[in-house]
Design a protein around this ligand. Structure first.
Ligand code: ADP
Ligand code: MG
Length: 681
């Protein structure tokens, strides 16, 4: 019997009318009904004063010690208070608007009360009271979201009926090996415990089992879809030998980190393989993603094909194309820059080289995806700061190539949890370590009125020949005000530091050539202080800069602050980041503290995610997360990782299709249409 096909009306007590109400909750079959879980549990397990946690909801029992007193206030409101002896601690119990109970609450009688516990005052504000001890036979009960006549109690009764009538037909989808490996209780028991909880621990076990199953199914879908996509796109592969990049790598002044080497291997395997690569290269700011991309482009160029690197800003495009030119000039590979601000003449020349194939590597902004741009043989596409581009833009660039392999790079560390879920159909390479010799950045959080001391500190660094960034206050949704702020701050700092040090100004309203001039002056140390709105957030590399001061730091997200901080700490000298902020909320203060406590972008991203939730992290639409019934990607991410590994293995070994133990999982996936859906992306 497939419970998905049995209507709810088969459950004792559910008539046509009730069925309609259930349908409004999305429940039409018994399978639906049994998956309509309580949103919380009442815990009636009796607690002693020593066990009870402050502010928690608890149940206590004891003996009444005095005659309850009643106070009337407002219209028809009253408060009843009495003292009660629990074990040997005297506590005070308060009930609101239950004056009518007074006659029943006599000295010496036993009562059981449930409510909110105040550990400091040894007081309980009760919402429930029962005369006598140990009245309840169950220690927990389930609470459902009801609707209209469908109360939580009614729903619970139907659950119990459904379990009694149909429990034996609950199918176990997980093979025994997996259940044994993780000590998971069976499916039927899981569902029973979720509706009829025996103890908090039993519910925890049931939840753990259910969450694993949800994640495993989700990951299986991802992996099956990916495998199908690969089959569909068979045909494109490049011949790249492992030594293809040796010459380039030897020409660098440093050796690659282990992470960089592994990422290269990953990408080469994808380039060689007969499927389209779809890989995310994640690495903290300064972890050296660009070199990895460069080595890949070098290898592709040597197969006679073109690569394109798309970045979000012109400054970044110029900086990347300059470093690539320096790296590749000795090998006779031509790097061409394509940005919106090129003169008509330079633009024509660039387009011609792109079309003829003379340009082995093309670096640019959105200008790359315009219709007039046509490549000779684009086979490899790198997108830097990938989250700044929409899906459509990424696709446009891809479609300028022939079976072009895609490498997405991001320096906004995406929490593992989201990388796995939102990008579950992407492969991921991670640069976990920074290149050797990098010194951690000291971060301080100061109140804004300590600015004079910050300026003093800056001056010391400047006297040692170092440079500083000052990031301006951010005023949401008003670029005009941001610019005004930047100009004011610039004037202020010019006055303070004249005539010893030069102060530059950078903001979004400057023309490209002006930005270039300012940046250039900062790179050459003709300007020692760069005042900027957040336009420096991405990419720029000035190793001599050692001080980063951020105004109104509490207005930025943790990941963004981390990005900004990553502009310093790139050279030999010790670097410092100063956050000026006076956050008003506890969460705001906590975020500033986090910044001072860790230099690990991934850790910060995880924390950011925990604070903001996955929807906010990418914007609700983009998060790409399915609706899980019980699972929570933030809190259950360990389980998610485990499920992901299991799913990968089950699909890649073919066990899903061949092994009898996976029959039920395969059925579930088939029912959900995983094998008939046509297109991802
Ligand atoms: P990302 O783009 O990941 O923020 P970059 O690629 O801009 O980082 O690298 C930051 C700096 O570190 C660059 O100057 C780069 O040349 C240098 N770099 C990259 N890899 C290494 C390495 N393995 N050892 C030393 N320096 C490196
Ligand atoms: Mg970069």
């Amino acid at each position: 019997m497939n419970l998905a096909n049995v209507p709810v009306t088969e459950v004792k007590g559910v008539g046509e009318e009730s069925a309609k109400q259930l349908a409004a909750l999305g429940v039409t079959s018994i399978a639906h009904l049994l998956a309509y879980f309580p949103f919380r549990y009442e815990d009636y397990e009796r607690k002693s004063v020593t066990e009870a946690r402050h502010d928690a909801r608890v149940t206590m029992e004891g003996v009444i010690q005095d005659t309850p007193s009643i106070r009337y206030y407002g219209r028809k409101k009253n408060r009843l208070t009495f003292r009660m002896l629990t074990e040997d601690v005297l506590i005070s119990v308060t009930l609101f608007n239950r004056a009518f109970l007074k006659s029943k609450l006599t000295i010496g009688s036993a009562v059981t009360v449930t409510g909110k516990w105040d550990q400091h005052r040894l007081a309980l504000t009760a919402s429930e009271l029962q005369l006598g001890l140990s009245q309840r036979d169950e220690e927990m009960s389930s609470v459902y979201y009801g609707a209209g006549k469908l109360t939580s109690k009614v729903l619970h009764k139907w659950m119990v009926n459904a379990l009694t009538q149909f429990g034996e037909h609950i199918v176990e989808p997980l093979p025994f090996t997996l259940r044994e490996k993780y000590r998971l209780i069976d499916k039927r028991k899981t569902i029973e415990l979720l509706h009829v909880p025996e103890s908090p621990e039993a519910v925890r076990q049931a939840r753990r089992r259910y969450v694993y199953e949800e994640f495993l199914l989700f990951q299986l879908k991802m992996h099956v879809a990916k495998a199908r996509q690969r089959q569909a796109e068979e045909g494109a592969s490049l011949t790249i030998v492992p030594t293809a990049t040796d010459k380039f790598l030897h020409s660098l002044s440093f050796t690659l980190t282990e992470g960089q080497q592994q990422a290269l291997k990953d990408v080469f395997a994808d380039l060689r393989a007969p499927y389209r690569m779809n890989r995310l290269l994640q690495g903290d700011v300064g972890s050296g993603k660009t070199v990895v991309a460069a080595a890949c482009m070098f290898a592709v160029a040597n197969t006679g094909n073109q690569s394109a690197l798309m970045v979000p800003t012109e400054i970044l495009a110029e900086q990347h194309s300059a470093s690539l030119q320096t790296w590749f000039a000795p090998f006779g590979l031509e790097v061409v820059l394509l940005v919106g601000s090129l003169t008509a003449k330079r633009r024509r020349a660039a387009l011609a080289k792109i079309e003829s194939g003379e340009a082995a590597i093309v670096v640019g902004t959105h200008a790359l995806i315009q219709e007039t741009v046509s490549f000779h043989s684009l086979r490899f596409v790198v997108i830097d700061e990938q989250h700044r581009f929409g899906v459509a833009q990424r696709r446009l660039l891809r479609e300028k190539g022939v079976h072009a392999d895609m490498l997405f790079m991001t320096a906004t560390p995406i929490p593992r949890t989201l990388a796995i879920t939102a990008f579950g159909d992407m492969d991921v390479s991670v640069l976990a370590e920074l290149p050797a010799g990098r010194k951690p950045i000291d971060t301080y959080w100061l109140q804004p009125d300590l600015l004079p001391r910050v300026l003093g500190f800056m001056e010391k660094a400047l006297r040692q020949g170092e440079q500083a960034y000052v990031i301006c206050p951010l005023i949401e949704e008003s670029e005009q005000l941001d610019v005004q702020n930047a100009m004011d701050l610039h004037t202020q700092l010019v006055q303070h530091f004249a005539p010893n040090f030069e102060v530059g100004l950078m903001h979004g309203r400057l023309a490209a050539f002006e930005k270039e001039e300012v940046m250039d002056a900062f790179v050459k140390n003709e300007v020692q202080i760069l005042v900027s709105t957040t336009v420096v957030e991405v990419g720029v590399n000035v190793p001599n800069a050692t001080v980063m001061v951020i105004y109104d730091a509490d207005r930025f997200g943790l990941s963004q602050l981390h990005q900004l901080r990553g502009r310093v700490g790139r050279g030999e000298a010790k670097s410092t980041c100063v956050l000026l902020a006076a956050p008003k909320t506890e969460v705001g203060k906590e975020r500033m503290r986090m910044m001072t406590e860790t230099n690990d972008g991934f850790e910060l991203a995880e924390k950011d995610l925990a604070i903001r939730g996955p929807g906010d992290f990418f914007g609700a639409k983009q998060s790409g997360l399915p609706d899980f019934k019980l699972a929570d990607v933030t809190h259950d991410y360990r389980t998610l990782e485990v499920a992901r590994q299991d799913a990968a293995e089950i699909v890649s070994t073919g066990a899903l299709y061949e092994d009898e133990a996976y029959k039920e999982l395969l059925n579930l996936l088939t029912e959900e249409g995983v094998f008939t859906e046509t297109k991802l992306d």
